[in-house]
Design a protein around this ligand. Structure first.
Ligand code: SF4
Length: 391
């Protein structure tokens, strides 16, 4: 039977692999049956890839273990996946992937969302892995090794209850061994002499969700300014067109960095980076439906995003200010500071309602209007007492 290990490049699955290689008595199968599969989101920290290349791949190659790296081919699942590598002598970790999760997020001017299902992970990791494994196993029974830690029983339960791929027999070695994250990290350190960093996308909001996570992650941004640029640009664009966005539960990573000692050079580099980009003025419209049980809560929103002008950063900010002089008499409100936004309609206290703003931001997002936007916009305009100006 095939043994398929989902290798997320982090401490958990690295510890499993190492223990199986170093202590053969901890496994019940032949290494010839083991297939190590990683899904590359395209946004993993490069240092993780270097560690994998330096410490893990030489061991996998020495034992001739089949090692596969897969990724999404494009935004659409219809296009399938890319096999980045499929070899028994792995050397290179393709952390840059194929179609990057960050490309998709920047294209729609948003950041990964916390809360609810981890959609970004399902799309960029779960789906490519399942697609490859389904093709590999063709419905036959296989053992799927998952690196949940000893204190992740609820995740284990959720995973085991999912009706997943046919023939899938899940197994959780770390839970069987009673290993938590600290034990995994210590084992890797004892064997390899390195403290294994957390594996995650550079822009992962979960890595920033707690004080401990921020204490781990902020120094990574300071140490890797080139990787920080993409994440900061993603957040800057998302916040420009929706001030409720931000990578730290609606708060901004940029604020956190500004409050961090020693971040001056990184922030200067980011300002220069923003200056170097093409910019646009965006027309952003959102239409909110009312929650069925509470007209003071939105149910969902439909959005229309359109670039109305393009040019340099200075020209686009000047353009928003000029529009403000034209529309101020009608009640439009100009916001200045880190972002320039001109509010034409502001969100009402009651739903349904609409909001509209024009904002200057890097010209990296594409025009996109949700299919339901027109009807939602009309319903929003007819909602209870719009309090802002109306054209
Ligand atoms: S590491 Fe974070 S951002 Fe990347 S796919 Fe997973 S949850 Fe999403």
């Amino acid at each position: 039977m095939k043994i398929v290990l989902s290798y997320g490049l982090g401490a958990d699955s690295t510890a499993i692999l190492l223990r199986w290689l170093i202590e053969p008595a901890t496994r019940t199968f032949d290494l010839a049956d083991l297939i190590v599969v990683s899904a590359q989101t395209g946004d993993e920290w490069s240092e993780t890839g270097h560690l994998v290349e330096q410490y893990v791949y030489p061991l996998l190659a020495k034992h001739g273990i089949r090692t596969v790296q897969v990724a999404r081919k494009s935004k659409s699942q219809r296009d399938g996946i890319v096999i980045l590598d499929d070899t028994r002598t792995p050397t290179r970790c393709y952390v840059t992937g194929a179609y990057k999760l960050s490309d998709e997020l920047i294209d729609v001017a948003t950041v990964p969302q916390t809360g609810g299902k981890r959609l970004c992970s399902l799309k960029s990791k779960g789906w490519p892995l399942d697609t490859f494994i389904a093709e590999l196993t063709k419905g036959e029974d296989f053992v799927h090794v998952v690196g949940y830690e000893s204190d992740e029983l609820s995740r284990m339960l959720g995973d085991a209850q999912v009706v997943g791929l046919p023939g899938r027999i899940p197994t959780y070695p770390l839970i069987e061994w009673g290993w938590d994250r600290a034990t995994c990290e210590q084992y890797i350190h004892d064997q390899l002499g390195v403290w294994w960093p957390k594996s995650a996308c550079v822009q992962c909001p979960y890595a920033l969700a707690t004080a401990a996570g921020r204490a781990r992650t902020i120094p990574r941004f300071l140490a890797h300014p080139d990787e920080a640029m993409r994440t900061l640009t993603m957040e800057y664009l998302a916040v420009a067109i929706n001030p409720r966005q931000g990578l730290i539960g609606g708060r901004q990573l940029l604020d956190e960095l500004e409050a961090t000692e020693g971040s001056g050079p990184l922030l200067d580099q980011f300002e220069q980076h923003l200056d170097s980009l093409p910019w646009a003025i965006y027309d952003v419209r959102r239409a909110f439906r009312a929650h069925p049980d509470d007209m003071m809560r939105p149910a969902n929103a439909a959005r229309s995003l359109t670039r109305v002008h393009e040019g340099t950063r200075g020209d686009m900010i000047g353009g928003v200010r000029f529009m403000a002089t034209l529309l101020h008499p009608l009640g439009a409100r100009l916001e200045t500071g880190r972002h320039h936004r001109l509010w034409l309609h502001e969100r009402n206290l009651y739903y349904p309602c609409v909001e509209q703003l024009v904002a200057a931001a890097p010209a990296l997002a594409s025009d996109k209007t949700n299919k339901t936007f027109s009807s939602a916009w009309r319903a929003g305009l007819e909602g209870p007492a719009q309090l802002s100006l109306s054209f």
